[in-house]
Design a protein around this ligand. Structure first.
Ligand SMILES: CC(C)(COP(=O)(O)OP(=O)(O)OC[C@H]1O[C@@H](n2cnc3c(N)ncnc32)[C@H](O)[C@@H]1OP(=O)(O)O)[C@@H](O)C(=O)NCCC(=O)NCCS
Length: 160
């Protein structure tokens, strides 16, 4: 857990260490996501779901730590065709120091190594700071596509 140490007490000069995401870090990462506006959490972010996602996309998700605490995190993966980055978050105490850019670069490198040629993110339209970040690191908002979604309810017994 991030626990008593909390990211807030970390010296800004503490060295940043980048690590692959491991499920043992889940509680710390969830706490970070919960503290960061702009990260939309749902049942798909339960421990088992994240464990499954990372197992399907090994070595593609990362955290950044300082003094042993998680200060930034990102999930990445692909479907064999396109790459996707989810839930990039940097603790407010460590923003504008290049951690976000570094984590995105790491994700793109492993996706590139897997033969993936394009990566997408989804971001809330109201998250103007986040959109500015993505533009600054070379990403292009699409005006020609929309996200269209449908929840898939579990089939009831009568459908089986
Ligand atoms: C978006 C976020 C991940 C950026 O992380 P970060 O580590 O601060 O970003 P970086 O330091 O790597 O910034 C790289 C560049 O992006 C731009 N940028 C970053 N944050 C910005 C902001 N709030 N407004 C405008 N531009 C910004 C800058 O050009 C910056 O370079 P500079 O500091 O040399 O000017 C972070 O603000 C965050 O966690 N936000 C909340 C969660 C969120 O919205 N995530 C995105 C969901 S997809």
């Amino acid at each position: 857990m991030v626990s008593e140490k909390k990211n807030f007490n970390i010296s800004p000069s503490s060295p940043i260490i980048y690590l692959p995401f491991a499920i043992e870090l889940y509680d710390d990462v969830l706490a970070l996501w919960q503290q960061c506006g702009g990260v939309g959490l749902s049942g798909a972010d339960a421990r088992e779901s994240i464990q499954s996602y990372v197992a399907r996309n090994p070595g593609m998700s990362f955290v950044a730590t300082a003094d042993g605490s998680v200060v930034a995190a990102v999930l990445a993966g692909h479907d064999g065709r396109r790459g996707y980055i989810h839930h990039l978050a940097v603790h407010p105490s460590h923003r504008r120091r290049g951690l976000g850019r570094q984590l995105v670069d790491k994700c793109l490198q492993v996706l590139r190594d897997a033969g993936i040629q394009k990566c997408h993110i989804m971001i809330f339209n109201e998250n103007s700071e986040g959109i500015n970040f993505w533009k600054s690191v070379g990403w292009t908002p699409r005006t020609d596509v929309s996200v269209i979604s449908k929840s898939i309810e579990p089939a009831d017994a009568g459908d089986r």
